[in-house]
Write a protein that binds this ligand. Structure first.
Ligand SMILES: [Zn+2]
Length: 442
């Protein structure tokens, strides 16, 4: 008897395990990566502006969700947007549809999609000292968009890999494979932030130009680079992707300083906006211990030290029980240790804190399937699907849930929809076998 037939039997007896289900999906996820979702294989080479915008629309929402979504705090996102607008209005491509959000991710980084959708992690925001440093960070990111670095990248490797991150959410949520692979977890953010050295130099140079045009002191770029140099020295093992992907910080700092003292010398009498920055970011800096604990927990998870990770997340939750990120991370940490019932509690709390964030919905859905509760699973997977349409893995899981509920026709629709997206892999085989045994295909 083939593997998928025995799984089918298990499913009929409603005894499919979460691991079996994920095994099905894991295999399909791999085969699904081979083709680029964005169309032709050469899309990144000489991308048109429309194509750049299309990449944003297709991939950015998934990546932001994977980075635990935007901080649900309108004033702080508004503040970031205002600083960004001041800068991009002085850039070479002011017409691009820039957008700015502070992400709940705890690692230190910022990244931007080629159409201008930018994410700044709360991890880096709480480390900055003033608005000029923030302007330097946003200016650098705008530099990449304006110099169209993503469009120049060779081949389709980036887009293919970025698209994979969407698929990988399943593994990451449920705690198999990619969960512990931090490179995968960081997904597109690493790819987007890992430009060539020349690209980095150019982005620095453009960023400093924009910030000076926007009224900031050029020394802000020196401050930002110094911060990265210091952090690299302090905690080289941390998940500080800003400098693993943005190397040669001291060289970049020296260049920024040189320019600040010569070409842009006149700008340095300007106000760096320290008070304004501290006022506008106070809500995040108040929970810095939570952010730090989450960051340490994630590092421990990456090293498979789950007990230690759990301790850190517990510390974070003790300080800030209603922190969406800490609840999601705790759920992941418990799930990877097969403590599904406990994981469910934290995942559910996360959906209550941020009902509009997709990732926790999927986590509850998958955990509910593991707990043989297809009704609950379907409810949350469907909610995920509405928030983040187009995730083939979720289409399949909705089919499994509906089958568990005895809603055969609707399950068949989901399996058929899944097969439209991919014909390879165990989940596809499984879907096909169901359609076959129900008489939809011969
Ligand atoms: Zn960069």
């Amino acid at each position: 008897m083939s593997q998928h037939q025995s799984l089918a039997d298990n499913l009929l007896r409603n005894s499919i395990t979460r691991r079996q289900m994920l095994w099905l999906l894991g295999a399909s996820a791999l085969s699904g990566c081979a083709s680029s979702p964005v169309g032709s294989g050469s899309i990144l080479v000489g991308m048109s502006e429309d194509e750049e915008k299309a990449v944003d629309q297709k991939v950015a929402p998934q990546q932001f969700s994977q980075d635990l979504g935007a901080v649900q705090d309108a004033p702080i996102n508004q503040y970031l947007t205002e600083v960004g607008q001041r800068l991009h209005s002085k850039s070479h491509r002011p017409q691009m549809p820039y957008s700015y959000r502070v992400l709940n991710a705890n690692y230190v980084n910022a990244y931007t999609f080629p159409g201008g959708a930018m994410g700044v992690t709360r991890g880096i925001l709480v480390d900055l000292d003033n608005e000029a440093e923030l302007a330097a960070l946003l200016g650098h990111e705008l530099g990449h968009v304006n110099a169209r670095h993503a469009a120049q990248r060779q081949g389709t490797a980036m887009v293919t890999q970025v698209a994979m991150t969407g698929v990988n959410i399943i593994g990451a949520v449920a705690g198999v494979g990619s969960l512990t692979d931090i490179g995968t977890q960081l997904g597109a953010s690493v790819l987007l932030a890992s430009y060539s050295r020349d690209n980095e130099r150019e982005a620095d140079s453009l960023g400093q130009e924009y910030m000076v045009r926007a009224g900031y002191p050029a020394s802000g770029m020196v401050g930002l680079q110094q911060l990265l140099v210091d952090q690299q020295k302090e905690s080289p093992g941390m998940l500080k992707t800003m400098f693993s992907t943005h190397p040669m910080s001291s060289e970049r700092r020296d260049t920024a300083r040189q320019l600040a003292e010569s070409k842009y010398a006149a700008s340095n009498t300007r106000d760096a906006g320290r008070d304004r920055f501290l006022d506008n970011t106070a809500s995040l800096r108040r929970i810095k211990p939570t952010i730090d604990a989450c960051q340490k927990g994630e590092v421990a998870m990456a090293g498979k030290a789950y007990g230690k990770a759990e301790e850190q997340f517990r510390t974070a939750l003790k300080a800030t029980p209603r922190d969406y990120a800490a609840n999601v991370l705790m759920a992941k940490c418990l799930s990877v240790q097969d403590k599904d019932a406990q994981a469910m509690e934290y995942a559910q709390t996360a959906t209550k804190i941020y009902p509009q964030e997709a990732q926790a919905q999927k986590m509850v859905g998958i955990l509910a399937l593991g707990q043989k509760d297809p009704a609950k699973a379907y409810e949350h997977l469907d909610r995920y699907d509405r928030l983040m349409p187009g995730d083939a893995g979720v289409t399949f899981l909705k089919g499994v849930s509906l089958e568990g509920l005895g809603r055969q026709q609707e399950a068949a629709n989901q399996y058929a929809a899944y097969l439209k997206r991919t014909q390879k892999g165990k989940a596809a085989e499984y879907s096909y076998s169901r359609l076959q045994s129900w008489g939809y295909v011969k």
